[in-house]
Design a protein around this ligand. Sequence first.
Ligand code: ADP
Ligand code: MG
Length: 437
Amino acid sequence: MAHIPEIFAPLMTQKYRIKLYYGGRAGGKSYAFADSLLLLGRKKKLLIACLREIQDSIKDSVHKLLCDRINYYGLSDYKIYEDRIDNKLTKTRFIFKGLREQDSQKIKSLEGVDIAWIEEAQTISKKSWEILEPTIRKDGSEIWISMNRLYENDPIWMAVAANPDNRTWVRRVNYYDNPFCPEEMLYLAEKCKHENSKNYQHIWLGAPLTQGAERLINASCVREAFVPKIVSTTSPLIIGLDIARFGDDKTVFCFRKGRLVMGFESYSNKSNVDVANIATNLIQEQHPLRLFMDIGGQGAGVYDILKDRGYGEIIRGVYFGEKALKTDRYYNRRVEMWDKLNHWLMELPLPQLPCDEDLFDELTIVNKKFDSRGRLQLEDKEEIKKRLGRSPDKADALALTFAEPVYDYGIPKLYGNGKVSVEEMFSLAEKEKNYSW
Ligand SMILES: Nc1ncnc2c1ncn2[C@@H]1O[C@H](COP(=O)(O)OP(=O)(O)O)[C@@H](O)[C@H]1O
Ligand SMILES: [Mg+2]
């Protein structure tokens, strides 16, 4: 088929209970799954569930990708709602759910599903999979899985792909299999190949990591974020403010708009009133939607002054050591913010950071571990300080911009060569005889 790379043809033409595609970044998995589902949904009434482990908002889901593809191909038979997508002619419906939030009652709504697409399936827990699999029980129903393996023993990998039976289709796909792979991705992949073979194997070839004490943030992701790219954004300004605790620490402001970090401002030896005055000027001149600040030490005083000046709507105080928003996944607030930052660095389209070697060192020196409850934890700040020779003030200020979700207007996705017309794409699909639908 012209629009969907050959390697993905079995999605539409073969009958398997489970179809799993895994591999590194930019293999074309998400696009091929989206296009195939849109195409199938135009032929026949289907209930399609787009699932992931955690979906805090519809923005975490593939809703946006599906909308982009509908608009790109001009598929006017699809009607887009905030939380679902319907086909006016066939009555096909796409729904979007996080598996973590499903209890035994809610999951019943998935019983009529014809195709369940699990995206980013490396993050699916054993429990979620064990509840989901028997729920997708309609005659002829299929489970489509796309993933980049994280560890050797990712639960869904162990359950589905480690010993696949004859009802299961497993295929690896990488960026070099994707005829639409953007030039920039090819460049980054080649660059990573030369710089760090281990990262290349994981990020671009989809090889699982070996578990152990490891850096939280991947150095090559930071390098990729340093590569200049045209990032324009309509996203609102978020400011992170890390306030010095000790004489040798710096007070740092970080300025971020969506996928773009515009810069940092660092200050030494400032009083609480000085810092509050700087923050007041920034709020008045730059109109941030949020200013997240560390209120662990000195910061509490700065917070009080700003609140007193009437900025309570804009400022939010954060204790690094306090309970995470997601207590079951994170040891404390600090690691939660850092992990959000980590994901932001890995997601597409690639983000842009100011090229700054201090920032590089701070981001890539931090080790992660897991506590006895299996929750992600960062090593002690004192340990980091010992190895780095200072505290990671810029990185903390950047992490603070991820303290809570703030609505992000995002930027448009890149499209492939733009040469395939809708008519071409669907006429070729019509010619296929052995549909399973
Ligand atoms: N069918 C397609 N048409 C146009 N562009 C595509 C297509 N498939 C992939 N691409 C391009 O390749 C990039 C990577 O594809 P994606 O589906 O996001 O990969 P993966 O999910 O495997 O990481 C996309 O951002 C897009 O630019
Ligand atoms: Mg993807």
